[in-house]
Write a protein that binds this ligand. Structure first.
Ligand code: FAD
Length: 492
């Protein structure tokens, strides 16, 4: 019987276990008495699906200071980089970040007894008859064991399952690019998506010196945000957790979205940005390109507006626990997709590359084709303006499915289905914040962290917030275990 079983060994699991280690150290214990198991179907523990070995030019979209895996120690990664690889660069490759995560996970084992299991979890069964609310886990190998608490850190699939146009020969699963990107030499290529992943495709074609022409397309044709030359998250003045907390206390009830937006508006206004055109930019392709060029110019000369977003995210994310569930749902319905688009941004030199390619015509921006048909191994796209173009390759670089319902890991859905008839909503499985405990899990200790609980939190794909929320979950789980085992000395 384990105390905690963590499903998945990616960035979220690593951050969570770092916090367990930290809590053990703070309680004065040299070695934790906890029995912990971590299960992942892939053996590169720590890297998860995103930070596995890939091309070295695929860099993190977030600067080093926001990527420390240790809660309350924002210089942990910077110090590790200086010591291990003698670099002080602001942006590191995803490979290097994966190595850092793997090392962090190894260091956890110095004070925590962790059993790593390389297998796939096929079933999680909350044992309902048991008075102690244990949970049984089954693996592909047929092995089965029990735990007092389960942490879903399973992320969500990066593959795009549905096929918008019903055609077969398209690249749907992109990462790692090293093994999934087809050879695009002297080809016409249509890439669905105009954001971070499509920029990965463009920069990879550039580095591999493919002589190809790429059309990137999306519904609005909006291009990503750009990170500034000076990459500093701008400390907000109005969008502060303390300010929101004051509002919350004054109102005597949960904050509304309107309250949150009011402070966001003020913040943007203080930087001479009109919130409406910022959040809902004009739709025309030419407009989108000129907005992108303006972002690039401001990023070249100083802070970009993205730095402001970067500064606001942790404050708003923390405020989320004060927001009423109905407001949270409203947010998911109306704003989630916009916010996701806005808080992703590309580093300056990738933005410059994209701008150059838009200039010389090797990359073209377009709205989604109204139809796409496959004929004799080619793809014929018809665009809303009536124009037609023939492509050799079609690549989906849109991330996972748009519907939030599917962001909830299927394992979580299947587990909750065993406990209640209506376990999750169209906004994904809900978790209690700040503990991360899954709603509707009865008396069982079922928690979801990171992308596994994406459906219930708008800022989950920001690693800084993953670290913070995983820490809160770690504290909540320890408290729960202490209570349920009557072991007052556990991490007290
Ligand atoms: C291309 C790309 C670039 C990104 N860049 C950044 C960035 O620069 N900054 C940033 O903050 N965020 C970035 N993100 C967001 C990123 O997803 C998160 O930062 C973080 O990596 C999520 O980690 P995770 O552990 O929650 O999920 P994952 O990395 O998906 O890990 C989940 C793990 O669970 C395992 N698993 C799942 N199901 C099972 C099962 N049934 N049995 C066994 N094992 C299972 C998987 O094998 C996997 O290893 C990026 C995302 C992408 C796709």
């Amino acid at each position: 019987m384990y105390d905690i079983v963590v499903l998945g060994a990616g960035a979220s699991a690593t951050a969570f276990l770092q916090s367990i280690k930290k809590l053990a150290q703070m309680s004065g214990g040299i070695e934790s008495p906890l029995k912990v198991a971590v299960i992942d179907r892939q053996s590169q523990y720590g890297t998860g699906r995103v930070y596995q070995q890939d091309y070295e030019w695929l860099i993190m979209n977030t600067p080093v200071e926001d990527l420390s895996c240790v809660y309350d120690d924002s210089s942990h990664l910077a110090n590790w980089l200086k010591k291990e690889v003698s670099t002080s660069s602001k942006y590191i490759s995803r490979n290097l970040f994966g190595l850092y995560l793997a090392r962090c996970l190894e260091s956890v084992c110095e004070s925590l007894s962790v059993h790593f299991i390389n297998d796939t979890v096929v079933d999680v069964e909350p044992i309902v008859e048991s008075s102690s609310n244990v949970v049984s886990i089954s693996l592909t190998s047929g092995d089965r064991f029990q735990s007092k608490a389960i942490v879903f850190a399973t992320g969500y699939p990066l593959d795009l399952k549905e096929d918008l146009y019903g055609i077969e020969n398209v690249t749907k699963s992109l990462y790692p690019l090293q093994s999934n990107l087809p050879c695009l030499e002297k080809n016409e290529v249509l890439v669905f998506g105009t954001s971070l992943s499509s920029v990965d495709v463009i920069s990879t074609c550039h580095h591999l010196e493919y002589d190809c022409k790429i059309t990137i397309c999306s519904r609005t044709g909006s291009l990503p945000n750009v990170k500034g030359q000076v990459i500093e998250p701008v400390q907000p003045k109005f969008c502060l957790y303390s300010e929101y907390y004051k509002d919350y206390r004054n109102k005597g009830c949960a904050l509304s979205l309107r309250d949150i937006l009011r402070r966001v508006r003020l913040e943007l206004k203080s930087h001479c940005i009109d919130w409406r055109s910022y959040l809902f930019p004009k739709r025309g392709i030419e407009d989108q390109i000129s907005i992108f060029r303006r972002r690039l110019d401001s990023a070249r000369t100083g802070n970009s507006s993205f730095d402001l977003v970067l500064g606001m995210i942790p404050e708003i994310a923390e405020t989320w626990a004060l927001v009423d569930t109905s407001q949270l749902r409203l947010f998911m319905e109306k704003f989630q997709s916009r916010i996701r688009a806005i808080h992703g941004a590309i580093p300056l030199h990738n933005a410059q590359l994209l701008a150059n390619k838009l200039d010389n015509g090797t990359v073209r921006l377009s709205q989604l084709p109204s139809s796409l048909v496959e004929r004799n191994g080619k793809h014929i796209a018809t665009f809303p303006d009536g124009g037609q173009k023939v492509y050799d390759h079609v690549i989906f670089a849109t991330g996972s499915r748009r519907s939030l319902k599917f962001h909830t890991d299927s394992l979580i859905r299947a587990t909750l289905n065993k406990l209640t008839d209506k376990p999750y909503t169209e906004f994904g499985a809900e978790v209690h914040l700040p503990s991360g405990r899954l709603c509707n899990s009865g008396g069982h200790n079922l928690y979801a962290i990171g992308h596994a609980s994406e459906g219930s939190h708008p800022f989950m794909n920001n690693f800084g917030w993953i670290v913070k929320s995983s820490h809160m979950s770690a504290k909540a789980i320890i408290k729960k275990l202490r209570e349920s085992t009557n072991n007052e000395s556990l991490f007290s």
